[in-house]
Design a protein around this ligand. Structure first.
Ligand SMILES: Cc1cc2nc3c(=O)[nH]c(=O)nc-3n(C[C@H](O)[C@H](O)[C@H](O)COP(=O)(O)OP(=O)(O)OC[C@H]3O[C@@H](n4cnc5c(N)ncnc54)[C@H](O)[C@@H]3O)c2cc1C
Length: 422
């Protein structure tokens, strides 16, 4: 793996054969999650494809020239020409493999696949998701001397790792940087001895057999499973959103706000996430307009008061985005005035979307009893409708989704399981 700068781009990328280039940033959880996948694939494909990394913050001009607007972004080149699909955000190992395989002849792809040997590992408890809920369950189970593995498609920490400040987690007098709070939670659980399999692709989950398939070659089996997969941001589902995701539209302020120094951005949403993340974005951007569908913001009072005192932030209430378009460096957002039904055009350098969350249950939703909104129903011990399958944290049906409620669920599930296994 070689690190390059923009000066070497011409020689190392444009004048080379087959290349994959990773634009990464610091303080970027998806970049950190990508790093071990990129390294392990470099070992497999490194003889045939050149694996390069470039630090986006120090090579901004090149990133802008290539229209790289999100970290991480993977670009694939064949003899100087960009080919395949650009990959951004939470990048899956299988998607990188798909793009790498397209660069190579079938015989080469077959010989590389032959090198990947299947593995099976067994534990007492497998926890899917290493956010606050999963990490707490992992800690309690480990302290009860139960052989436990934590599995996550990203690095440990969950949403807390990408929240800039947490001021309501008990035990800390001053607000804590989210990444430090999640780092401490994760280190505490790891130090106890819980096994970690993180930044993996979870390609299949069989809840009946309690088996999970990782990275298309590793099977993990357990006597009990805890689902702690949390939630993901809702998409708006309007024209232009998919196309501009990672190219001016972002769902992660800690990942991308730093690239909007002295620029103007829109924030879509009006709840706690939108309001608190706007405050963070205002450390960089010169002007922020919050576009919200209702006639008042729905965040808590303290957050709204802080926002109102921030001269960089203004609100556009009772308006809803209808489409996004790119025009040169700018994002054009068409918004509808919900009172007059008239369409307005807003021009900005970037758009951040925070319009609520949906549960991460795609891999097992048909197996479990869910509530009306698709969250997993549990009993008071965090048992789901399937034997030996528990669920905790934001993914379950409940009224309040906070770090404290997730860690409480993790505690309850772990104690219940420890009693059953002992
Ligand atoms: C912007 C923002 C700010 C917030 N601020 C606060 C705050 O100040 N205070 C507060 O108390 N709460 C806050 N919250 C809420 C808090 O972050 C959540 O309630 C808490 O993180 C929930 O923990 P969890 O473990 O259930 O899920 P998450 O934190 O969502 O973690 C879930 C984990 O599961 C992983 N995962 C997903 N799918 C799979 C899969 N198929 N297999 C394996 N792993 C998977 C994810 O990668 C993730 O690491 C905030 C949330 C957001 C979005």
């Amino acid at each position: 793996m070689t690190e390059i700068t923009s000066i070497e781009f011409e020689k190392e990328v444009l004048q080379s054969g087959k290349v994959v280039l990773d634009f990464y940033s610091s303080e970027c959880p998806p970049c950190e999650a990508l790093a071990p996948k990129f390294e392990s694939l470099a070992k497999l494909y490194g003889h045939d494809v050149k694996f390069l990394k470039i630090f986006r913050q120090k090579n901004r001009e090149l990133a802008d020239q290539l229209e790289v607007k999100s970290s991480p972004t993977l670009l694939f080149y064949d003899n100087g020409k960009e080919v395949g699909e650009r990959l951004t955000g939470g990048i899956k190992r299988s998607d990188i493999i798909k793009n790498l395989n397209k660069l190579l002849p079938d015989s080469k792809v077959a010989s590389i696949s032959d090198k990947i040997k299947p593995i099976v590992s067994e534990y007492d408890v497998m926890i899917l998701g290493a956010g606050p809920g999963g990490l707490t369950a992992g800690l309690y189970l480990c302290q009860a001397k139960i052989n436990t593995v934590l599995i996550d498609i990203a690095l440990p920490g969950g949403h807390v790792a990408t929240t800039h400040e947490v001021s309501n987690y008990p035990g800390f007098i001053e607000p804590q940087a989210g990444y430090m709070l999640s780092h401490n939670m994760s280190e505490q659980t790891k130090l106890c001895g819980t096994a970690y399999k993180v930044a993996v692709d979870v390609t299949n989950v069989d809840l009946d057999k309690r088996e999970v398939f990782l990275d298309e070659f590793e099977t993990v089996k357990a006597k009990k499973i805890i689902i702690a997969t949390g939630t993901s941001p809702n998409l708006m589902g309007i024209p232009g959103e998919k196309e501009l995701k990672g190219k001016g539209i972002s769902y992660c302020a800690t990942c991308d706000a730093k690239y909007y120094g002295d620029k103007e951005v829109l924030v879509i949403g009006g709840g706690n996430s939108a309001v608190e993340e706007s405050d963070f974005i205002s450390k960089f951007a010169s002007k922020i307009t919050i576009v919200h569908q209702f006639d008042a913001l729905t965040a808590n009072k303290t957050a709204i008061e802080k926002l109102m005192a921030n001269p960089k932030i203004s609100t556009l209430l009772e308006h809803e985005p209808r489409s996004f378009k790119r025009d040169g460096d700018k994002i054009i957002t068409e918004v509808e005035d919900l009172k007059t039904k008239k369409i307005k055009t807003l021009i900005s350098d970037g758009v951040f979307i925070f319009i609520g969350m949906k549960p991460n249950i795609q891999l097992f939703k048909n197996k479990l009893t869910l509530d009306h909104w698709g969250y997993i129903k549990t009993d008071e011990d965090m048992r789901t409708s399937l034997p030996d399958v528990f669920a905790v944290g934001d993914v379950i049906s409940k009224k309040y989704r906070q770090i404290t409620t997730a860690v409480a669920d993790g505690t309850i599930a772990a104690i219940s399981i420890a009693k059953e296994l002992n």
